[in-house]
Design a protein around this ligand. Structure first.
Ligand code: NDP
Length: 280
């Protein structure tokens, strides 16, 4: 079990700063049991946040998640997301009900709008608030919202109840450090960093490998430590391999010197001007 630092929602609710992604899970019956095993391994290691969505495997990832949390729902901070095209006031309620059935639970800890779509934010927020009053969700938030979208959201009735924003953030995608990250930090809204290891694409970088070695760490652990270094930020790496989940859990507590972060800044520079929010 790793000692994973906590992040905080504006309500004061604590959640782990290192969790488990599920995109690409639930797409193939042959790999299902290994996916369940990977999530269980992560939970055992203290990565007690699972991020899923109705989109992933068109419900398949929620079924996998439901199996992984069976008998231990209370240990888990459970996050799912609604498709934008389902995010009308009533649509959000119906979609949540379907997700709860697949997850075999009666409440989500956090329910996110996956990205901004055709429905007015007023409608979506009204649906979220109704779900909250009914006890189907504890909190709600958004995903892929840039600063302008967050500002629009704050104009909507109850918009200030937004508990989190899940966006692309990793060592090679640092655009949010310019504006969105500080904007959220000032308001106590955590950033959930998706694709925190850039889906594996940056792990062969020689500087990353060199610095990781100096700490007896792996490149994946170093890039996860980078994401968790930012205040109130949560990394949600996905792996369907229990050994890699163990490796990722080992990122918790990794302390990197200021000099080594600065060396990484030269290879993966921080933004010096506004960059539109990237999406994967
Ligand atoms: P990640 O950066 O988490 O990378 C996942 C990929 O990296 C997989 O191919 C995985 O393969 C591989 N991998 C995992 N651990 C290691 C390791 N230690 N060493 C080498 N390779 C590794 O990308 P994701 O895009 O999956 O993002 C994480 C989660 O964020 C998603 O699963 C999803 O829950 C969420 N997300 C949300 C989005 C949104 O729009 N809100 C968009 C994208 C993601 P393998 O499984 O074979 O180990």
């Amino acid at each position: 079990m790793h000692d994973i630092a906590a992040a905080t929602l504006p309500s004061g609710t604590l959640l782990p700063s290192l969790g488990l992604g599920t995109w690409k899970m639930g797409e193939n019956a042959r790999t299902a049991s290994q996916e369940v095993e990977s999530l269980k391994r992560g939970l055992n290691l203290g990565m007690t946040l699972i991020d899923t969505a109705e989109m992933y495997g068109e419900g398949g990832a929620e079924l996998i998640t439901g199996k992984a949390i069976e008998g231990r729902r209370d240990e888990v901070f459970l996050v799912s997301k609604v498709y934008p095209f389902n995010a009308s006031r009533q649509g959000v309620i119906d979609a949540c009900e379907r997700s709860l059935q697949r997850l075999k639970t009666d409440q989500l800890d956090l329910y996110l709008l996956h990205w901004r779509g055709e429905h007015d934010l007023e409608e979506t927020v009204a649906g979220f608030e109704e779900l909250r009053r009914a006890g189907k969700i504890r909190e709600w938030g958004v995903s892929n919202f840039d600063v302008e979208d967050m500002e629009d959201l704050m104009e909507v009735e109850d918009g200030e109840n937004c508990a989190a924003n899940q966006v692309l953030y990793n060592l090679s995608r640092r655009g949010i450090e310019h504006d969105l990250l500080p904007w959220c930090q000032e308001r106590g809204i955590p950033i959930m960093a998706y694709s925190p290891i850039e889906q594996g694409r940056i792990l062969r970088n020689t500087e990353l490998i060199r610095i990781a070695k100096a700490y007896q760490a792996t490149p994946a652990q170093l890039v996860l430590a980078f994401v968790m270094r930012a205040r109130n930020t949560i990394a949600i790496p996905k792996s369907s391999d229990p050994h890699r989940v163990e490796e990722n859990a080992g990122a918790a507590g990794l302390e990197i010197s200021r000099e080594d972060w600065a060396a990484l800044d030269t290879v993966f520079p921080p933004p010096f001007r506004k960059q539109p929010l990237e999406m994967l």
